[in-house]
Design a protein around this ligand. Structure first.
Ligand SMILES: [Zn+2]
Length: 465
């Protein structure tokens, strides 16, 4: 379902490249690779990411990459690292993609989630968007550099990682064990979105420069453990329930980072009234207007989460039999912190909201550590991404973005290495809602545009001048 504007863009690209046939074959190769990646079922748990290494290794070896399969202590789990050598005049650039996917509710899919089926211009399957589609785009862009024998000023490293969706042997593990193999000056990962309008044109491209951090907070209420026939006022389950009720009614205040401000300003510029006014007010200086805007915009759970630290109870435990009042009850609350926020201060706010000094609050010891700073927008890679996004999607706005969840980018950001995130294909709201859901799919036209954009970005950042 190619639209005229897309045909025109692609044709312009072909003309620039001067190798029409080769270019179109490259785009088809992204689709073929994605289908193979989807067919390697890496639902995590258990993951079995080694399967992805086996799909990728022959393709990279054939083109002269240094290929390394890093075995973890779990036999099914491996990381895949491929390096294309530059002349060393600049430090490496790294492209990272997680090899695992979340599981499926098979009965809710209309197509086989692990067959890589193509239908109506889309590739279907678990991971089509998150993140095997991105892995296929990143891998093809990197492979194209080798196919065309582009002379490089820096090494280009491609990494397919294990355990991003959960588990122990993720990039933090890899960084502890194999840092020299993944050390780079700049890195690209999943994160921001290339969002389409209803008419299919791209509305904006958001490039994530920071992720929220995730913290498990535990609340423990204690009371007298005794026979349930003689209840006392100090019941642990009642006390915990009162605390949870107070937290459920509490709305944490707005925390607007510079990237968030730019993101909403972009939304304002690309929307019509009244939403454009609400987006502008949300990040403006008038607190009352911001509050009113928040009450409208916050109905969208994603946008609600972008502008504050969030609290989500995820586990509750207490009691073990019908005739015993338990001595304690415990809740685990998942906190998602905006970069720069102080978790200890946020928990102090929550304690005031609950107002019960008998409840014990516990943050993990690592939560006090300073969260990684957002990656700078003033780097070669960010500027190249911005320029190539504008070139590929004329008329689209480009903005930095705070990613509402966590990714595995922390391994680099915590070491001061800039990481930029993008799901490198235009998608719409319906396609986005299928991520981690059912009938996940990515459009073939979008994969082609993403491959072209990332390839040109790499040419700008890594090619020898
Ligand atoms: Zn992902």
């Amino acid at each position: 379902m190619l639209r005229f504007s897309r045909v025109a863009t692609f044709a312009a690209l072909l003309a620039t490249a001067g190798v029409a046939g080769a270019q179109s074959a490259d785009a088809d190769s992204t689709v073929a690779l994605l289908r193979d990646l989807i067919r390697a079922n890496t639902s995590n748990p258990p993951g079995n990411e080694r399967r992805i290494a086996e799909v990728l290794a022959p393709r990279f070896k054939a083109l002269g990459f240094d290929v390394q399969i890093v075995q973890t202590p779990d036999s099914g789990k491996a990381h895949f690292i491929a390096r294309l050598k530059g002349d060393g005049s600049k430090r490496p650039i790294l492209l990272a993609a997680h090899a695992d996917v979340v599981g499926v509710e098979r009965e809710k899919w209309t197509l086989d989630p692990f067959a890589g089926e193509v239908k109506d211009g889309y590739v279907f399957g678990r991971g089509a968007i998150d993140f095997k589609g991105g892995m296929a785009v990143f891998a093809r862009a990197v492979l194209m550099l080798a196919e065309r024998k582009i002379p490089l000023a820096r090494d280009v490293i491609f990494l397919a990682e294990a355990d991003e969706e959960g588990g122990t042997y993720n990039t933090s593990w890899l960084a502890r064990e194999h840092w020299p193999d993944m050390d780079a000056e700049l890195a690209l990962n999943e994160g921001g979105w290339i969002m389409k309008r209803d008419d299919g044109r791209v509305r904006y491209v958001s490039i994530s420069t920071a992720d929220k951090s995730s913290i498990a907070l535990t609340l423990t209420a204690r009371g007298t453990s005794t026979h349930s026939s003689m209840p006392r006022p100090d019941n642990a389950i009642f006390a915990l329930s009162r605390a949870m009720a107070k937290l459920s009614a509490y709305e944490p205040p707005l925390v607007i980072t510079p990237a968030t401000k730019q993101f909403f300003t972009t939304l304002a510029r690309t929307s019509s009234a009244p939403m454009s006014d609400y987006y502008r007010d949300l990040v403006g200086t008038d607190a009352a207007r911001a509050k009113r805007a928040d009450s409208v915009i916050g109905k969208d759970p994603l946008l609600h989460a972008l502008v504050r630290n969030t609290i989500a109870p995820v586990i509750i435990q207490g009691g073990f039999r019908n005739n015993v009042i338990p001595g304690s009850a415990q809740a685990t609350i998942n906190l998602r912190m905006v970069p720069g926020s102080d978790a200890t201060a946020f928990v102090a706010d929550l304690r005031r909201v609950v107002g019960d000094s008998t409840i014990e609050w516990k943050l993990p010891t690592t939560a006090g550590a300073r969260p990684s700073a957002p990656s700078s927008e003033d780097t070669e890679l960010y500027r190249a991404l911005e320029r190539e996004a504008r070139a590929e999607f004329p008329g689209a706005e480009v903005t930095p973005y705070l990613f509402q969840a966590g990714t595995d980018a922390g391994a680099w950001r915590s070491r001061g290495i800039p990481v930029y995130g993008i799901y490198p294909y235009p998608i719409d709201a319906d396609e986005l809602s299928r991520m981690h859901g059912n009938d996940e799919k990515v459009s073939i036209a979008s994969l082609k545009q993403g491959t072209a954009m990332i390839y040109r970005t790499l040419m700008a950042v890594a090619k020898k001048p």
